[in-house]
Each structure stands twice: as C-alpha cells, then as structure tokens.
Write a protein that binds this ligand. Structure first.
Ligand code: EPU
Length: 421
C-alpha cells in the first residue's frame, strides 16, 4: 500500500492551478444519466472517486470516452443495467447519486445501500423520503434499495436537515417529474449550484439556484446537441493548499479559483495572520514568515465554515500561537486525525463535538495513519511543518479526493514523495 514520506520544514512558495471539484464532478457525472443526447464534461479532476464513478457508469452500459485533456464524452442511451452494485458503492458512498437520475429517467433503480463510514453514520433517509414523496415505490432488501415509479410527481419538500447529496438526488429526480417541485432548506453549497446550472444547460427549469429554496418545473426530457460543461473549481483543494502554505509561513498563488467560493475559509486565514489578495479567479496568501495565530471554528452548511476544511485547520492550530476550539456540527465522528496529531506532539483534546487545542512551538515527525480523505490532508499538512520525516500510511484515502497531491506540493517546494512501502 502506498505511503507519503514528507520531510518537514520547507516554506511553501510558488503557483498552482486548482483542479475541478470532486464534489461537483460526482453529481454531474451521475446527472449525465438524465440526458438523451451525448454530453461532454471537462475540468474533471484526476481522482480515484472519479474513476470509480466512470466504472459505475460503464458497468451500467453507458458509453464513455476520455481524451488527453480528460474531457469525458458520455452517452447514456446505451444503458442496459439500472444497478449500482455493492462492490462499487462500498468504496464510494456518493454512488447513491445515481438513484435519483435512474429512477427519474428509466422508472427503476437498484442501488446498494451504502454502509457505515469513517466520519459518521451518514444515513440516506432524507434521499429516500424525498423520492417516496414523489411517488416512488421503495423497498430495501438484501442490502439493496429497489426503487420503481412510472413518472415521478412533483413535490413540496422541506428538508429536515441540510443535506448536500440529498438535495442533489432529489433535484435530479425533480427535473423530469410531472409538475413543479419546491425544495426548501436545500443545501446551497457551490457544488449543488454547479449541478443545477448543468441541469439547466441540459434543458431543466430550475430557479432559486444559490438559495435554500429551489423551484423545479419538471420537463419531459433532457439533452441538447453538443453540450460541453466544465466542472467548477475545487474550493476544498484550494483551501487545503492555502492552509499548507500558512502553516509553513509561506507565500503561494492559486489560479483558476474564484475567491467567492471560500469566503469563510479566507476570513479564518486572515484571522490567522495571513495577508490575502484576490482577483476574479485567483488567490494569493502571504504569511510574511510569521507563525499562524490560533483560530476558533464552528463548521456548518455553506456559506459558513465547511466541515471539509475542519481537519486542515486543526493541523494549523496545533502549531499556532494561542488556544483554539474547533466545533464539528455536521458529522458526529470527524475527529479521527486528532489521535494521530497527538502522536506528532500536538497538545489537543476532544470534548464532545469540540476539539481544544493549545498551539505548541513544533511538531515532531511520526508514522501516522490516514483514516478518511480530509483527515489524511491534515496529516500531510502537519508533516510539512514537523521536525523530521513523517510517513503517512493508507493514502488511498487522499487519492480519492486530491489530484496529484505530491506533485502539487513538490511544485510549491515541499519535500514529499510517494513510496510503495
Ligand atoms: N444526513 C441525514 N440523512 C440523510 C442525509 C444526510 O441524517 O438522508 C445527515 C448526515 O448524517 C450529516 C448531515 O446530514 O450529519 C449532512 O450530510 P450531507 O448529506 O450534507 O453529506 P453528504 O451529502 O453525504 C457531502 C460531501 C461531503 C461533505 C458533506 C457536507 C459529496 C460527494 N460529499 O456529503 O464531502 O463533507 O456533503 O458538506 O458531495 C469530502 O469531500 O471529504 C466529503 C466527505
């Protein structure tokens, strides 16, 4: 199993281009199932989760071709099997995103029930509730969700809790439903908006994009000739590199990233002492060689501070000046990185859903274990500043969501390499 070996102590400097967002690309690839015409998706990041999604579409019989720039041509008119098998769903929970599109377009779907997850229970009850409200007949048997409907009917749904993929699944079902659906308390993460813009490009009629109330006038079919759609930039990848630069007291420029996507994150970086300058699609962070100041954080749905940046900021707080609290309100078990950070010398403890951290002068390298995607990123970030060589094991987690991370960090001057042992 591959590991990352990081020698800490290099100040990051230089420029990077931000990749397309994993959490936009995944629902958009699922949404191509709704189109009666072939579509081309660009700016797709090179990630393990993307490969798994393409494998999933491929095993359903969807025709796929990828060019040298990673533009993906997708033709779902060749579909044969309306099923997402357990072998794939098990490795990637977001496979659940094919449920809404399959049901809406083909009237039937069989999707393996995702199991537990390293960051929390992550139920999908709200996805199923929404589809049932649209008239779907849903049963769960032998570990599979079996869903059937003739044509889905529009619904008025108030989500009990803000759910990103839940909103996306119901949105993808509602675009082909009969009548006008209203989805209240919808997620308004930029990736949900990106999916909605893509659906509209295919001929859907969604309004209220970017707000928590989405109105969807159902249409009979979707698909237009020669549609090419570029996935939005990855705000979490961008935020991760900004924190990496901040912890090493460096200066970096990120390109192809609209700063409006990560205002809450930039605000916290400014509180940590970073000088941030921005343009339409670039961000510069400069620490002027200073140690970061501790920042307290509470995660919440967009536009508040994202849970997907919590672990990275925790790593920064470990060596920051002062005491901080980090409260996680989205997932009940997203502190798996804390024990590993303790092993690197962090003065940090967990009290219920809050982490209390007293910044220390330095971390020391240790062999550490990645447990989920963002936890892995926090360990890599900690390794960049730790004294000695940090070996991060189980990095398949990081390959699920970070495009060529060791190449990008090397480009910024980090001493990092992938090792098979
Ligand atoms: N929830 C329910 N019932 C549901 C759905 C969600 O109780 O039917 C709860 C969850 O257990 C959680 C909360 O609602 O406590 C919010 O979960 P949400 O559904 O929003 O999470 P998700 O859609 O499964 C997406 C991202 C995650 C990101 C979260 C929160 C994708 C593919 N995944 O997950 O990304 O953390 O939204 O923003 O979009 C990551 O990239 O590392 C990652 C985990």
């Amino acid at each position: 199993m591959d590991k990352l070996l990081i020698t800490g102590g290099q100040e990051l400097a230089g420029e990077l281009t931000v990749s397309g967002a994993k959490n936009s690309a995944l629902p958009i690839l699922a949404a191509t199932l709704l189109s009666e015409k072939p579509v081309c998706i660009g700016n797709v990041p090179h990630l393990h989760d993307i490969t798994t999604t393409l494998e999933l579409l491929g095993c359903m019989g969807v025709e796929l071709s990828i060019d040298e720039k990673l533009n993906i041509d997708i033709n779902s008119s060749t579909i044969k099997k309306l099923e997402a098998p357990y072998e794939l769903v098990r490795t990637m929970r977001s496979s659940i995103l094919v449920l809404g599109p399959l049901l809406a377009r083909f009237g039937e779907a069989h999707v393996a029930l995702p199991g537990g997850c390293a960051i929390g229970a992550r139920p999908i009850d709200l996805h199923l509730l929404g589809l049932k409200k649209m008239g779907a007949d849903i049963t769960v048997e032998n570990g599979y969700i079996h869903a059937k409907a003739t044509r889905l009917k529009a619904c008025h749904l108030v989500f009990e809790q803000v759910t990103v993929t839940g909103t996306e699944n119901i949105l993808m079902a509602a675009v082909l439903a009969e009548g006008t659906s209203i989805l209240e308390n919808s997620a308004r993460e930029p990736e949900v908006n990106d999916l909605a813009y893509f659906l509209n490009k295919m001929g859907a009629k969604i309004s209220g994009i970017g707000t928590s109330t989405l109105t969807i006038e159902g249409v009979e079919r979707l698909g237009i000739d020669n549609l090419h759609y570029d996935v939005l930039a990855d705000r979490i990848e961008a935020g991760t590199y900004l924190v990496a630069a901040a912890i090493t007291r460096g200066k970096i420029k990120l390109k192809k990233i609209p700063p409006v996507l990560l205002e809450a994150v930039l605000e916290k970086l400014i509180d940590a002492g970073a000088e941030i300058t921005t343009g339409d699609d670039w961000i510069v962070l400069n620490m002027h060689g200073k140690r970061p100041k501790a920042v307290s954080i509470r995660t919440a749905p967009f536009p508040a501070f994202p849970t997907d940046m919590q672990a990275q900021f925790t790593a920064m707080n470990c060596i920051a000046e002062g005491v901080s609290t980090i409260t996680e309100t989205i997932f009940e078990n997203r502190f798996m990185h804390i024990q590993e950070l303790q092993r690197m010398g962090a003065d940090i403890k967990i009290e219920s859903n809050t982490v209390i951290c007293t910044g220390v002068e330095k971390l020391t390298a240790a062999p550490v274990m990645a447990t989920d995607l963002r936890a892995s990123a926090s360990l890599v970030i900690a390794g960049l500043i730790a004294e000695g060589k940090t070996l991060v094991d189980h990095i398949y987690h990081i390959d699920r969501g970070y495009d060529h991370i060791e190449e990008k960090l090397s480009q910024l001057g980090a001493t990092i390499r992938r090792t098979p042992r």
